[in-house]
Design a protein around this ligand. Structure first.
Ligand code: FAD
Ligand code: NAG
Ligand code: NAG
Length: 369
């Protein structure tokens, strides 16, 4: 019997994963309301633009093995692994991934992002399969060290709709809606009963949403090129010689999703339009790093471009906000601010958001007795 009314605000990977986990409890009746839904491509909607892969991430200074960040990503790997192994319809596959490091990138924006990733013994070495360091004598000039492991690549155009399908199977209702204030969301449940809990998964928009204006949120702009070429594995490197906030990485999405080539890591830049000069640098760097991306001897004319894109990573100083709150008498659970790791931390973060929801629902049940 569905007795708990829950509204989830936002249909990015954070909102959909939270709704999916909540929907496994049959006593929950859930409405997901969002301005953007899977199928939309908009600068206010980060999730479709992501690669997306599992490349353990580190917030400067808080990325160590016992941090909450590592916990979220550690707890997400088994779920993504199971989807890749047993649910081909989810659009996730395994791929070898190679991470290159240049010592000179230490301290730059991208070097900080990669700092734990390129450690000799990073916290995730026993989480992902086949982790090993690549022997120095196998490294190309300019690369100081490198590691290799098995990761996953998610085709977001298949995976986000798959999450919706899983939710719809158990009766979750999806609607479009734009809310100026979190308290308004409480009246959006499809039963027209007031929601017991609102879950706030609005990503970067939480910066301006009434009742929660969070100035710790910043966009980190990521520009990408999607191509039909296939390099055969995922590659990334800690930095470039072009700019401190540019980077080179590539990954091939499952099920014919094409190869995403990145990229950039531009803090506080909001420009939704692809910069054509940056696009050329992205393509040139990708070929320099992984020559097999194109036929022998070819330059960027050897890339078969599907589209160019820009997404804004919803970065939050201090890390994502996964927290219970009360706004104008409405119980709210926040789950936003996942920067460049929304997929690889999705199940870990959503599980903790669900625990907070259950705590609020448990209190409600006790007051009724
Ligand atoms: C180029 C790029 C590459 C990336 N690569 C990776 C990667 O490889 N691996 C990885 O794990 N992550 C990656 N990320 C990060 C990942 O995309 C984000 O962390 C994740 O998508 C954030 O999801 P979200 O659900 O929190 O927010 P979003 O996807 O932005 O969703 C927000 C939702 O809230 C809705 N909303 C907002 N405001 C309102 C409102 N007022 N009323 C109603 N609805 C509202 C929106 O319409 C939308 O549905 C990448 C990001 C970019 C840009
Ligand atoms: C790679 O170099 C970095 C410094 O940039 C160092 O911290 C790290 O331990 C090295 N990793 C390996 C695998 O040697
Ligand atoms: C979600 O959180 C943001 C950031 O604190 C806030 O601005 C917004 O009002 C919240 N939305 C809801 C529905 O609580």
């Amino acid at each position: 019997m569905a007795t708990n009314t829950i509204v989830v605000l936002g249909a990015g990977v954070s909102g959909l994963t939270t709704a999916y986990l909540l929907s496994k409890d049959i006593s929950n009746s859930i409405t997901v309301v969002a301005k953007h839904m899977p199928g939309d491509y908009d600068i206010e909607y980060a999730s479709p633009w992501a690669g997306a892969n599992y490349l353990p991430y580190v917030l400067q200074g808080v990325g160590k093995a016992n941090s909450s960040h590592a916990r979220w990503e550690r707890n997400t790997w088994p779920a993504l692994k199971e989807l890749a192994e047993k649910h081909p319809e989810a659009g996730i596959h395994f791929q070898d991934t190679v991470v290159y490091n240049r010592k000179k990138d230490q301290g730059s924006a991208t070097g900080n992002w990669f700092s734990e990733l390129v450690e000799k013994e990073p916290w995730y070495k026993d989480v992902v399969p086949d982790f090993h360091n690549i022997p120095e004598d196998q490294l190309a000039p300019g690369i100081d060290n490198a590691s290799k492991f098995t990761s996953v690549c998610i085709n977001t155009a298949i995976y986000l709709p798959w999450l919706i399908g899983q939710c719809r199977k158990t009766g979750v209702v999806f609607k479009r809606g734009v809310f100026k204030h979190v308290a308004d969301a409480a009246t959006a449940h499809h039963s027209s009963k007031k929601a017991d809990v609102v879950v706030n998964c609005t990503g970067l928009s939480s910066r301006t949403l009434g009742g929660v204006c969070d100035d710790k949120l910043h966009p980190i702009r990521g520009q990408i090129v999607v191509v039909r070429n296939d390099p055969g594995a995922m590659f990334s490197i800690s930095g470039t010689d072009d700019a401190e906030d540019e980077i080179t990485y590539m990954m091939t999405r499952a099920a014919g999703g094409g190869t995403i080539i990145g990229g950039s890591y531009q803090k506080d830049q909001w420009d939704p339009l692809p910069d054509p000069n940056l696009a050329v640098r992205i393509m040139k760097r990708a070929i320099a790093l992984v020559p097999q991306l194109v036929d022998k001897g070819q330059g960027i004319e050897g890339l078969d471009v599907i589209r160019h894109g820009v997404g804004l990573r919803p970065f939050r100083e201090d890390g994502p906000r996964i927290e219970a709150d009360k706004v104008d008498g409405v119980s709210v659970v926040h789950n936003y601010g996942h920067g460049g790791f929304g997929y690889q931390a999705s199940f870990g973060c959503a599980t903790e958001a669900v625990e907070l929801v259950n705590g609020i629902l448990g209190q409600k049940a006790r007051t009724k007795l």
